[in-house]
Design a protein around this ligand. Structure first.
Ligand code: SAM
Length: 285
């Protein structure tokens, strides 16, 4: 039975183990049953799914996930949480704990070992200090992933789903747009966590596409262009691309922009995903 969503239980577990929060690991544990139910419900997990949970903490969301999914693989970096997790998850025989850094874990290997290579679902209340590398790694990696449902800073959720011309538009928005359909399923206030984060949070669900919405010959080259284009936001796209390590000439970039009927003084933040794809095909020729 999931019980850790109740604040009193979480506090009792923390006291029993004299647990001290580690700031460097972005630890904000959920203590709101409604939010936990909404995340597990919104993630669409079924009883035959394998769920990868990143950062189980003391196992609060893990309990909810284990009730619904076939199997949960939970990866936690903080080794002092492992004995606590073994205690709070002792009733569940469908949870596998791994004490490691998610950025170093072979997720393809997990899918192969525990799910016969079939696509897995990722669900997590992410540590905010590494949200972008985690999400980018999941999107760009070769692990079979069906969907990613994650709690992130509200501002990051906005960056993931905004379009050209907005202040939050950037490499993350374009990567999410290329790989997945993004939907915010819940806004969450700081008082749903212990300790409380300084910022508002949101749960975003990314349903990964079978086929990307735009065609591009070399996606990794396109993302190099995108990263260079946004690295120096205040520069024109031409100057930003010249400043990157892409070995491009001013003349080559200007010709490509002419061909696409775009101004030579345009900035990266004005280009859509389709336009970056065309630019990539032209410059990569
Ligand atoms: N899932 C728990 C909850 O909702 O109450 C805890 C979420 S807390 C925001 C983030 C968790 O990720 C912490 O338990 C933290 O120790 C863990 N963590 C931080 N960096 C990690 C990493 N690189 N790999 C795996 N876990 C990490």
């Amino acid at each position: 039975m999931a019980y850790l969503g109740k604040p009193a239980y979480t506090i009792a577990v923390l006291q029993k183990y004299d647990y001290i929060f580690k700031k460097q690991y972005g630890q904000n544990f959920l203590i709101n049953e409604g939010v936990l139910e909404d995340i597990t419900e919104g993630s669409g997990i079924r009883e035959d799914d394998l769920v990868l949970e990143i950062g189980p903490g003391i196992g609060t969301m893990t309990q909810y996930l284990a009730e619904k999914a076939g199997k949960v693989v939970a990866v936690e970096i903080d080794k002092t949480l492992i004995p606590i997790l073994e205690d709070t998850l002792s009733e569940y025989d469908n949870v596998i704990l791994i004490n490691d850094d998610i950025l170093k874990v072979d997720i393809t290997g997990i899918a192969r070992k525990y799910n016969s290579g079939r696509p897995i679902k990722v669900v997590a209340n992410l540590p905010y200090y590494i949200t972008t590398p985690i999400v980018m790694g999941l999107l760009e990696g070769d692990a079979p992933i069906d969907s990613i449902t994650v709690m992130v800073q509200k501002e990051v959720a906005e960056r993931m789903r905004c379009g050209p011309g907005t202040k939050d538009y950037g490499a993350l928005s374009l990567a999410v747009g290329y790989y997945a359909n993004a939907k915010v399923i819940l806004n969450v206030s700081p008082d749903c966590f212990i300790p409380q984060p300084k910022v508002g949070s949101a749960v975003i669900k990314l349903d990964l596409y079978d086929e990307p919405p735009v065609e591009v010959r070399d996606p990794s080259y396109m993302f190099k262009l995108i990263r260079a284009g946004f690295n120096m936001r205040r520069k024109t796209l031409v100057n930003a691309l010249l400043g990157g390590s892409l070995n491009l000439s001013r003349e080559g970039i200007e010709k490509a922009l002419d061909k696409m009927e775009l101004s030579r003084t345009i900035r990266g933040e004005a280009l859509t995903l389709e336009q970056f794809a065309s630019l990539s095909d032209i410059l990569g020729e």
